[in-house]
Design a protein around this ligand. Structure first.
Ligand SMILES: NC(=O)C1=CN([C@@H]2O[C@H](COP(=O)(O)OP(=O)(O)OC[C@H]3O[C@@H](n4cnc5c(N)ncnc54)[C@H](O)[C@@H]3O)[C@@H](O)[C@H]2O)C=CC1
Ligand SMILES: O=C(O)C1=N[C@H](C(=O)O)C[C@H](O)C1
Length: 252
């Protein structure tokens, strides 16, 4: 039985992940962490100041973190202090925070860290890479749309798209929205939409003369991210002590 603690247990992703863990044979939810204490599917949810106590008393195999960047860094450090494997879905890390996470994880615990746990997005990233390779002289525009409550922008998934484009096209300037006189140069436009309950849309437009190709992904339910994160949690326990990707989990 793989025992799991969820950080961000009472949030949109935390509650969805808890339900899927509860329905999964071989996985057991043994606790949660959130800024207010409570209960979730019969397990205790404790406040962040009690995370070490929780990890030591419940002895989980995996901590799944879907919180906010500052909180996730502290939760990741707590997991590494206690030898607990990690699945991190939180987005919005600064480059400095990424370096702190890498330093804490590598050689200490196995971790899967991904800006998007959906199988479809992991395939979509590969399609974007392939299109960029073949359409290097086309203009590129990235658009993402999410619900009104999303805190970080652009999304983690969009930032991963930009990393892929940089790898394939060289580092082009990023232009975040446009207003006024703005003649297009050799740049990548990045456009962020926030509204309602949009679960998560991403698209990459490759525009040439007389034609456009658009590669896009739309999530209809955040269960698609939660299922991927739970799959990563079942996979990560016992793996090499370094940062793995969701593509490693999927073997693609
Ligand atoms: N990688 C992926 O596939 C996905 C990533 N996300 C990311 O996951 C994160 C959470 O998203 P949502 O669940 O929609 O947000 P949310 O706001 O509904 O949930 C976050 C939860 O974390 C809690 N929290 C804050 N500080 C905490 C701390 N120190 N310790 C424990 N819990 C704490 C909040 O009280 C809240 O309940 C965001 O960064 C989002 O971008 C969301 C969906 C998919
Ligand atoms: O906050 C969200 O909701 C999502 N966040 C992730 C991101 O920032 O890319 C993944 C997904 O699009 C939903």
């Amino acid at each position: 039985m793989t025992k799991i603690v969820i950080a961000g247990a009472l949030g949109r992703m935390g509650t969805t992940i808890a339900r899927i863990v509860d329905e999964s044979p071989g996985l057991e939810l043994v606790g949660g962490v959130d800024i207010k204490e409570g209960t979730l599917l019969g397990t205790d949810v404790v406040t962040p100041d009690r995370i070490d106590e929780l990890l030591q008393s419940r002895r989980p195999d995996v901590l799944i973190d879907f919180t906010v960047a500052d909180a996730a860094v502290e939760n990741i450090k707590a997991a590494t202090r206690n030898g607990v494997a990690l699945v991190v879905g939180t987005t919005g890390f600064s480059p400095e925070q990424r370096a702190v996470i890498e330093e804490a994880v590598v050689g200490t615990v196995p971790a899967v860290i991904s800006s998007n746990y959906s199988v479809g997005v992991n395939i979509f990233w590969q399609l974007v890479r392939q299109a960029a390779r073949m359409l290097a002289d086309y203009d590129v525009e990235v658009t993402e749309a999410h619900h009104r409550y999303k805190k970080d922008a652009p999304s983690g998934t969009a930032k991963t798209i930009l990393e892929i484009l940089d790898q394939e096209l060289g580092s082009r300037e990023k232009v975040y929205g446009r207003e006024g006189m703005s003649e297009r140069k050799d740049e990548i436009g990045v456009h962020v939409i926030r509204g309602g309950d949009i679960v998560g849309d991403h698209s990459v437009l490759f525009a040439g003369n007389y034609e456009c190709i658009e590669v896009s992904h739309r999530a209809y339910d955040r269960a698609v991210f939660a299922e991927g994160a739970v799959r990563a949690a079942a996979w990560v326990h016992g793996k090499e002590k370094r940062i793995h990707s969701m593509q490693d989990v999927l073997g693609i």
